[in-house]
Design a protein around this ligand. Structure first.
Ligand code: PGA
Length: 308
């Protein structure tokens, strides 16, 4: 029996996705290539790892056991890589950072300055949703994650480093744009444009309205803050967004922040990592840099609407 790391990686994806097609998409492989890797792995082990019932595939008992060992092996390989990276020091190391969509408004600038300090570093930045961020942390696919809500999953830890106030925005022509102290209940008459489900901003806004007993009418769903801002500016509805995403539009008077009771929603940005992960020097240096300097990459709202 001699499974290769690649076969185990493909197996992990198929087992998690419960689908050859989805695993192939995730790994940028064709479906036949995935089937071939699994076939070779089953031959190497001498046992079937999946069984098909109807249209779905399920792990066999042997497959389930292999999944447990596969995770342990991936963890060990990751650790081995980090220890080896450690010998190279910060300057020649590798750094994989993943950030929530909204955090990209400042994370790219932080990473740009950091990489100027350590020009020999090989950097990877992934901008994705919360579900994928958690998966990457759990599977040890990245060093550090920037997210808007600390993970609750066992084995992960996070520390806050920056306020992330959420505001209600509207077009400058909106009738509420000039009103002061708008009662929260008044928003029930408005249409709220939202990000895709899985967005931390959307989740926080929906929780807030629910806590205050406001039934909000959801309008169009858009996948980026840029699209949300354009739609709000065009008068399609109002939205709850992070302050970091609208600084420029507010300065240029292209959007208005509504003075709604209870807002801003006070949140923070967190730097999260796998609890057991020994950070390589490059990741450690990046973490220290973020904790020390992140504040200088963003402005925050004025004292009267302070998000902290
Ligand atoms: P997101 O931001 O809405 O881009 O997912 C993360 C968060 O604020 O939790």
């Amino acid at each position: 029996m001699n499974p290769t790391p690649r076969q185990l990686q493909v197996f992990e994806a198929v087992a998690r996705c419960q689908s050859y097609t989805r695993a192939a998409r995730e790994l940028f492989l064709t479906q036949p290539a995935v089937s071939m890797q699994i076939g070779q792995l089953e031959t190497a082990i001498g046992l079937p790892l999946f069984e098909q019932i109807g249209k779905k595939i399920y792990l066999t008992d042997a497959g389930r056991e292999l999944q447990v060992y596969g995770r342990r092996l991936a963890q060990l390989m990751g650790e081995l890589e980090e220890v080896m990276e450690g010998f190279k020091g910060v300057k020649r190391g590798r750094l994989a950072i993943s950030v929530a969509t909204t955090a990209n408004h400042f994370a790219t600038r932080i990473l740009a300055d950091f990489s100027k300090r350590y020009s020999g570093l090989a950097l990877r930045l992934d901008v994705t949703n919360r579900e994928s961020l958690l998966r990457q942390l759990q599977n040890n696919e990245c060093d550090l994650v920037i997210m808007g809500q600390p993970p609750e999953e066992e084995g992960l830890k996070a520390e806050p480093f920056l306020p992330n106030p959420l505001m209600v925005i509207a077009s400058v022509q909106h009738p509420l744009a000039t009103m002061r102290k708008i009662p929260l209940a008044r928003l029930a008459d408005e249409t709220l444009l939202v990000r895709e489900s899985g967005s931390g901003t959307r989740g926080a806004a929906q929780r807030f309205f629910k806590q205050h007993g406001i039934r909000i009418r959801l309008g169009m769903e858009l996948r980026s803050s840029e699209a949300i801002k354009q739609a709000v500016e065009a008068g399609l509805g109002i939205a709850v967004v992070s302050w970091h995403t609208v600084e420029l539009e507010l300065q240029a008077s292209r959007l208005a922040v509504l003075d709604v009771e209870g807002f801003p929603i006070k949140r923070h940005w967190y730097l999260a990592q796998n609890r057991d992960k020994r950070l390589a020097p490059a990741a450690k240096a990046f973490k220290d840099y973020v904790l020390k300097y992140a504040r200088k990459y963003v402005s925050l709202p004025g004292r009267d609407e302070d998000g902290d």
